[in-house]
Design a protein around this ligand. Structure first.
Ligand SMILES: [Zn+2]
Length: 298
């Protein structure tokens, strides 16, 4: 990281820390930049969970539009936009616009993501304004945090933990049930499972190159959860599935959209991962191009 970039990012993290923790922030011993980021992130995550408590929502699906009110969003407008959503500072808070053409699940995500953006404004000013000028490095820090915060808004720890504790390997039926109950995309849910690290699983997301079902299946994303699998490197995006057993299981999942495919004690290879999988589950999770998630318990 260049010096200027570092200084810019540092200022942003410190500003967030001050806003969220006030005097307590100065009293915290912070070892280095990484530590600062961790402290500020945790403060943001706590604040988001707290927002949700304030709205009194205890069971999924979370309604993000109610949460938005707690962050001074005074009006939400569904409109024809050429982007997913945006917030506009105005007297008294923000006006949020959400693209009406998006499917509901994506509208919900867009709303949660925009709520997260309010943390980067000084809400004591009216209309709210950004405390610093635009820069590319700060833009990316902000975007990254908004993605993390959005999935916490839609899947708060308190709500999702109970589901995860009561789930059974290979968790695929639970995964489907959670997607439906929390009204989130499979990809967002897999990221949240990765954040929480409660299951020891590898989540491999596959994509079909041709939506008619005839194309080749390739790896789209690898997400890990739990501490046992940290040093496993599977492969990069784009790896074509060659293993015939895996190919067959995934094809079934792509075809039977409503079903789950489950197997115990399976020998497969994907990239660097070769050998016995204790339990395996796969399910279609929609989106375009079509995607299937495979959950592997080693
Ligand atoms: Zn954004």
């Amino acid at each position: 990281m260049t010096n200027q970039r570092f200084e810019e990012e540092l200022k942003l993290w410190k500003w967030l820390g001050d806003k969220l923790l006030g005097k307590a922030f100065n009293a915290i011993r912070i070892a280095d930049f990484e530590d600062l980021k961790k402290v500020v992130k945790n403060a943001l995550f706590d604040d988001v969970e707290h927002l949700l408590d304030k709205t009194g929502q205890k069971t999924p699906p979370v309604n993000p539009e109610i949460v938005a009110k707690e962050r001074k969003v005074i009006e939400i407008e569904k409109a024809a936009l050429d982007t997913d959503a945006l917030i506009v500072p105005c007297r008294g808070g923000f006006l949020m616009k959400i693209n009406e053409k998006l499917p509901v699940v994506r509208q919900r995500f867009a709303c949660a993501h925009e709520i997260a953006h309010t943390y980067f404004f000084d809400l004591e000013k009216d209309p709210p304004c950004k405390p610093y000028r635009r820069s590319a490095s700060r833009y990316w820090v902000e975007e990254g945090l908004c993605y993390e915060l959005a999935r916490r808004i839609l899947m708060p720890t308190g709500m999702i933990k109970t589901w995860m504790d009561n789930a059974t390997p290979p968790y695929i039926k639970d995964f489907r049930a959670m997607m439906r109950s929390f009204l989130v995309s499979g990809e967002l849910l897999s990221y949240r499972i990765h954040d929480l690290a409660k299951w020891n699983v590898l989540m491999l997301i596959f994509e079909l190159s041709d939506s008619n079902g005839n194309g080749s299946i390739s790896l789209y994303k690898v997400l890990k959860s739990g501490n046992k699998l940290n040093n496993i490197h599977v492969a990069r995006k784009g790896l074509k599935v060659k293993d015939p057993v895996l190919q067959e299981l995934l094809s079934r999942a792509f075809k039977d959209k409503g079903e789950v495919v489950e197997e115990k004690r399976l020998n497969i290879s994907v990239g660097n991962l070769k050998g016995e999988i204790a339990s395996f589950g796969a399910s279609y999770m929609g989106s375009y191009p079509p995607k299937v998630i495979a959950i592997l318990c080693l």
